[in-house]
Design a protein around this ligand. Structure first.
Ligand SMILES: Nc1nc2c(c(=O)[nH]1)N[C@H]1C(S)=C(S)[C@@H](COP(=O)(O)O)O[C@H]1N2
Ligand SMILES: [Mo]
Length: 193
Protein backbone atom coordinates (compact mmCIF):
# COMPACT_ATOMS: atom_id res chain seq x y z
CA UNK A 1 0.00 0.00 0.00
CA UNK A 2 1.26 3.44 -0.89
CA UNK A 3 1.57 6.18 1.67
CA UNK A 4 -1.27 8.56 2.29
CA UNK A 5 0.44 11.78 3.12
CA UNK A 6 -0.82 15.00 1.57
CA UNK A 7 0.77 15.24 -1.86
CA UNK A 8 0.95 11.47 -2.50
CA UNK A 9 -0.87 10.73 -5.74
CA UNK A 10 -2.83 7.45 -5.69
CA UNK A 11 -2.57 5.07 -8.64
CA UNK A 12 -4.76 6.12 -11.56
CA UNK A 13 -5.22 9.71 -10.37
CA UNK A 14 -4.02 13.07 -11.69
CA UNK A 15 -3.93 16.46 -9.98
CA UNK A 16 -6.27 19.28 -10.95
CA UNK A 17 -6.33 22.83 -9.59
CA UNK A 18 -9.97 23.87 -10.02
CA UNK A 19 -12.42 22.03 -7.80
CA UNK A 20 -15.26 20.75 -10.04
CA UNK A 21 -18.89 20.25 -9.05
CA UNK A 22 -20.10 16.70 -9.49
CA UNK A 23 -23.73 16.16 -8.50
CA UNK A 24 -26.25 13.58 -9.67
CA UNK A 25 -29.41 15.16 -8.22
CA UNK A 26 -30.70 18.73 -8.03
CA UNK A 27 -29.26 20.52 -4.98
CA UNK A 28 -31.74 20.66 -2.09
CA UNK A 29 -34.06 23.61 -1.67
CA UNK A 30 -33.75 23.93 2.12
CA UNK A 31 -32.81 27.02 4.10
CA UNK A 32 -29.73 26.58 6.33
CA UNK A 33 -31.83 28.01 9.22
CA UNK A 34 -34.16 25.04 9.04
CA UNK A 35 -31.51 22.41 8.19
CA UNK A 36 -31.48 19.36 10.41
CA UNK A 37 -29.07 16.47 10.68
CA UNK A 38 -30.72 13.32 11.98
CA UNK A 39 -28.90 10.36 13.50
CA UNK A 40 -31.23 7.38 13.24
CA UNK A 41 -31.38 3.59 13.16
CA UNK A 42 -29.39 1.41 15.54
CA UNK A 43 -28.54 4.00 18.19
CA UNK A 44 -29.56 4.20 21.83
CA UNK A 45 -30.45 7.85 21.33
CA UNK A 46 -31.75 9.23 18.02
CA UNK A 47 -30.70 12.83 17.42
CA UNK A 48 -32.11 15.72 15.44
CA UNK A 49 -29.57 18.53 15.34
CA UNK A 50 -29.73 22.01 13.88
CA UNK A 51 -26.59 23.55 12.40
CA UNK A 52 -25.53 25.52 15.50
CA UNK A 53 -25.82 22.33 17.53
CA UNK A 54 -23.70 20.44 14.98
CA UNK A 55 -21.04 23.15 15.11
CA UNK A 56 -21.24 23.06 18.89
CA UNK A 57 -19.53 19.67 18.91
CA UNK A 58 -16.35 21.59 18.13
CA UNK A 59 -14.65 22.16 14.81
CA UNK A 60 -11.30 20.79 13.73
CA UNK A 61 -9.26 21.42 10.59
CA UNK A 62 -7.58 18.73 8.53
CA UNK A 63 -5.51 19.21 5.39
CA UNK A 64 -6.17 16.40 2.91
CA UNK A 65 -6.34 15.73 -0.80
CA UNK A 66 -9.72 14.90 -2.39
CA UNK A 67 -9.87 12.00 -4.87
CA UNK A 68 -12.75 11.32 -7.28
CA UNK A 69 -12.96 7.81 -8.70
CA UNK A 70 -13.15 9.35 -12.18
CA UNK A 71 -9.40 10.07 -11.71
CA UNK A 72 -9.16 13.71 -10.66
CA UNK A 73 -7.61 14.71 -7.35
CA UNK A 74 -7.71 18.16 -5.75
CA UNK A 75 -4.66 18.70 -3.53
CA UNK A 76 -4.28 20.39 -0.17
CA UNK A 77 -7.79 21.13 0.97
CA UNK A 78 -8.09 22.55 4.46
CA UNK A 79 -11.40 21.14 5.61
CA UNK A 80 -13.12 22.58 8.67
CA UNK A 81 -15.85 20.61 10.35
CA UNK A 82 -16.92 18.34 13.16
CA UNK A 83 -15.50 14.82 13.49
CA UNK A 84 -18.50 12.52 13.01
CA UNK A 85 -17.39 10.31 15.90
CA UNK A 86 -18.18 13.09 18.38
CA UNK A 87 -21.81 13.13 17.27
CA UNK A 88 -22.08 9.35 17.17
CA UNK A 89 -20.69 9.07 20.67
CA UNK A 90 -23.69 11.08 21.89
CA UNK A 91 -26.07 8.94 19.82
CA UNK A 92 -24.43 5.84 21.26
CA UNK A 93 -24.48 3.09 18.57
CA UNK A 94 -25.96 -0.26 19.54
CA UNK A 95 -23.57 -3.25 19.44
CA UNK A 96 -25.14 -4.60 16.23
CA UNK A 97 -24.57 -1.32 14.32
CA UNK A 98 -21.74 -2.00 11.86
CA UNK A 99 -22.78 0.01 8.78
CA UNK A 100 -24.29 3.35 7.95
CA UNK A 101 -26.20 4.90 5.11
CA UNK A 102 -25.68 8.62 4.68
CA UNK A 103 -28.51 10.53 2.99
CA UNK A 104 -29.11 13.84 1.31
CA UNK A 105 -32.58 15.40 0.90
CA UNK A 106 -32.54 14.92 -2.90
CA UNK A 107 -32.31 11.13 -2.52
CA UNK A 108 -28.53 10.61 -2.80
CA UNK A 109 -27.27 7.84 -0.54
CA UNK A 110 -23.91 6.32 0.20
CA UNK A 111 -22.98 3.47 2.52
CA UNK A 112 -20.06 3.39 4.92
CA UNK A 113 -18.65 1.10 7.56
CA UNK A 114 -19.34 2.49 11.01
CA UNK A 115 -15.62 2.19 11.73
CA UNK A 116 -14.91 4.50 8.78
CA UNK A 117 -17.36 7.07 10.14
CA UNK A 118 -15.51 6.87 13.46
CA UNK A 119 -12.10 7.75 11.91
CA UNK A 120 -10.63 10.94 13.37
CA UNK A 121 -10.48 12.59 9.92
CA UNK A 122 -14.05 11.75 8.84
CA UNK A 123 -15.69 15.15 9.14
CA UNK A 124 -18.99 16.90 8.56
CA UNK A 125 -17.63 20.00 6.86
CA UNK A 126 -18.90 23.54 6.16
CA UNK A 127 -15.63 25.33 5.25
CA UNK A 128 -12.81 24.74 2.80
CA UNK A 129 -9.61 26.82 2.73
CA UNK A 130 -11.09 29.35 5.14
CA UNK A 131 -14.28 29.97 3.19
CA UNK A 132 -17.78 28.59 3.56
CA UNK A 133 -18.52 25.84 1.07
CA UNK A 134 -20.64 26.94 -1.84
CA UNK A 135 -24.11 25.43 -2.00
CA UNK A 136 -23.01 23.35 -5.03
CA UNK A 137 -20.23 21.81 -2.96
CA UNK A 138 -22.60 20.72 -0.23
CA UNK A 139 -23.19 23.62 2.13
CA UNK A 140 -24.38 23.64 4.86
CA UNK A 141 -23.02 20.20 5.77
CA UNK A 142 -21.08 17.70 3.72
CA UNK A 143 -19.22 14.60 4.63
CA UNK A 144 -15.50 14.39 3.86
CA UNK A 145 -13.84 10.97 4.09
CA UNK A 146 -10.35 11.73 2.79
CA UNK A 147 -9.09 8.18 2.23
CA UNK A 148 -12.17 7.03 0.29
CA UNK A 149 -13.12 8.00 -3.25
CA UNK A 150 -15.24 11.12 -3.20
CA UNK A 151 -18.56 9.42 -3.96
CA UNK A 152 -18.52 8.56 -0.25
CA UNK A 153 -18.24 12.25 0.67
CA UNK A 154 -21.98 12.98 0.54
CA UNK A 155 -23.02 16.59 0.08
CA UNK A 156 -25.95 18.16 2.00
CA UNK A 157 -26.03 15.48 4.67
CA UNK A 158 -29.41 15.31 6.39
CA UNK A 159 -29.39 11.81 7.88
CA UNK A 160 -26.90 9.22 9.06
CA UNK A 161 -28.68 5.93 9.66
CA UNK A 162 -26.86 3.09 11.44
CA UNK A 163 -27.62 -0.42 10.23
CA UNK A 164 -26.68 -4.01 10.98
CA UNK A 165 -26.38 -4.87 7.28
CA UNK A 166 -24.49 -3.28 4.41
CA UNK A 167 -26.85 -1.68 1.89
CA UNK A 168 -25.57 -0.10 -1.34
CA UNK A 169 -26.05 3.61 -1.97
CA UNK A 170 -26.60 5.53 -5.19
CA UNK A 171 -23.24 4.89 -6.87
CA UNK A 172 -22.64 1.55 -5.18
CA UNK A 173 -25.80 0.22 -6.90
CA UNK A 174 -24.15 1.15 -10.23
CA UNK A 175 -21.18 -1.12 -9.47
CA UNK A 176 -18.89 1.30 -7.65
CA UNK A 177 -17.05 -0.33 -4.79
CA UNK A 178 -18.73 -0.46 -1.41
CA UNK A 179 -15.40 0.09 0.36
CA UNK A 180 -13.93 2.76 -1.96
CA UNK A 181 -10.51 2.86 -0.27
CA UNK A 182 -8.32 5.10 -2.42
CA UNK A 183 -5.00 3.58 -1.36
CA UNK A 184 -5.93 0.07 -2.43
CA UNK A 185 -7.78 1.26 -5.55
CA UNK A 186 -11.27 -0.01 -4.64
CA UNK A 187 -13.00 1.55 -7.67
CA UNK A 188 -15.47 -1.15 -8.79
CA UNK A 189 -16.93 -4.23 -7.17
CA UNK A 190 -15.09 -7.25 -8.62
CA UNK A 191 -18.15 -8.74 -10.35
CA UNK A 192 -18.66 -5.61 -12.45
CA UNK A 193 -15.09 -5.18 -13.75
N1 LIG B 1 -25.61 14.48 -2.42
C1 LIG B 1 -24.62 14.16 -3.24
N2 LIG B 1 -23.39 14.02 -2.75
C2 LIG B 1 -22.37 13.69 -3.58
C3 LIG B 1 -22.58 13.45 -4.96
C4 LIG B 1 -23.90 13.59 -5.44
O1 LIG B 1 -24.18 13.40 -6.64
N3 LIG B 1 -24.89 13.95 -4.55
N4 LIG B 1 -21.55 13.09 -5.77
C5 LIG B 1 -20.36 12.50 -5.15
C6 LIG B 1 -19.23 12.45 -6.06
S1 LIG B 1 -19.24 11.22 -7.24
C7 LIG B 1 -18.17 13.27 -5.96
S2 LIG B 1 -16.81 13.15 -6.95
C8 LIG B 1 -18.18 14.38 -4.97
C9 LIG B 1 -17.93 15.66 -5.68
O2 LIG B 1 -17.97 16.73 -4.77
P1 LIG B 1 -17.90 18.18 -5.34
O3 LIG B 1 -19.07 18.39 -6.28
O4 LIG B 1 -17.93 19.08 -4.16
O5 LIG B 1 -16.60 18.25 -6.11
O6 LIG B 1 -19.41 14.49 -4.26
C10 LIG B 1 -19.97 13.28 -3.88
N5 LIG B 1 -21.11 13.57 -3.05
MO1 LIG C 1 -17.01 11.25 -8.12
Amino acid sequence: MKGKNPGDLPVGQHWIEEWPVRTAEPPPDVEPESWTLRITGLVKRSLTLRLPEVRGFGAVEVVRDFHCVESWSVPDNTWKGVPVHRILELANPLPEACYAIVRSPGGFETNLLLEVLLRADTLLVWERNGEPLSWDHGYPLRLVVPDLYAYKSAKWVSEIRLLSENRPGTWEKQGYHSGAEVWTGERFEPEST
